[in-house]
Write a protein that binds this ligand. Structure first.
Ligand code: SAM
Length: 254
């Protein structure tokens, strides 16, 4: 998981998606920002660069292991901005009301059992006039070229339905923020695009194949045939994978 998050974080298209979203929120110099579900700290490092020495970035995650990795990987960034990493759930944040200028959760809500509770907690710890921002992929909005469309649909949809609490989380984010009580909600729709089968996309598709076997959706030979199908498409120069990302931002009323 840690390796995959870092690999994803380094991918050019992902770096662009993240930066566009942070600009959309927007996150500015000297701000105090919370990231819920910080994982290995990919976003924490971007945030540290944006808020600078007078700002503060606090990352929380439920995973002890990922936080350990984050502490190592954010060492350099911590020389340029104040960074704190804590073990906590987004459903019960250990912070006072109105503590942050902005609270973010990036590719987290789709994993969460009670997203409304997390959004309300994020709003509670954000100051009046501050922003709550959520960005998620939407696994109902994935397009990929493959010779066997039916099999691709079975694997991609079947795995997403079993793997995430809400695979269509992306399109639901604006409604979620409004339901939590945020106002002036805006939406940024963005797209992850890969036409060369970059290392992270390869890892992503291999992960789908492994899970499809584990979930009993296909047998090993079928999963292997499915992965070989991508190799053919790439060799023909016809590979395209796109995934919609939705970023929603709301303001805590004054
Ligand atoms: C896909 S990772 C995203 C990590 C990071 N935001 C990024 O974009 O690289 C999702 C993270 O959310 C964390 N997570 C899931 N549910 C959570 C919750 N209820 N509270 C806090 N963290 C949570 C997971 O442990 C994981 O690190």
């Amino acid at each position: 998981m840690a390796k995959s998050l870092e690999e994803r974080g380094r991918t050019r298209a992902q770096t662009r998606l993240r930066r566009r979203f942070l600009k959309f929120v927007p996150i500015g110099a000297s701000e105090r920002v919370l990231e819920v579900g910080c994982g290995t700290g990919v976003v924490v490092r971007d945030l540290a660069a944006r808020v600078g020495r007078r700002g503060e970035v606090v990352g929380v995650d439920v995973s002890r292991h990922l936080l350990e990795r984050a502490r190592v990987l954010c060492g350099e960034a911590a020389r340029h901005a104040r960074i704190a990493l804590r073990r906590a759930s987004g459903a019960a944040l250990p912070f006072a009301d109105d503590r942050f200028d902005a609270a973010l959760a990036i590719t987290v809500m789709l994993h969460v059992a009670d997203p409304l509770r997390v959004a309300r907690e994020m709003m509670r710890v954000t100051r009046p006039g501050g922003r709550v921002g959520l960005q998620d992929q939407d696994f109902g909005a994935v397009a990929v070229t493959h010779p066997d469309r039916t099999l691709t649909e079975r694997i991609m949809r079947g795995v997403a339905e079993r793997m995430y609490e809400e695979p269509h989380s992306g399109r639901r984010l604006p409604g979620l923020l409004r339901a939590a009580g945020l106002v002036d909600v805006r939406l940024l729709t963005d797209v992850y695009q890969d036409t060369t089968l970059e290392p992270w996309t390869k890892t992503f598709l291999e992960g789908r194949a492994e899970r499809a076997i584990r979930f009993g959706l296909v047998g090993t030979p079928t999963a292997e045939r499915w992965l070989d199908g991508f190799t053919e498409v790439v060799a023909a120069g016809a590979f395209v994978l796109t995934v919609n990302y939705y970023g929603a931002v709301g303001v805590k009323a004054r």
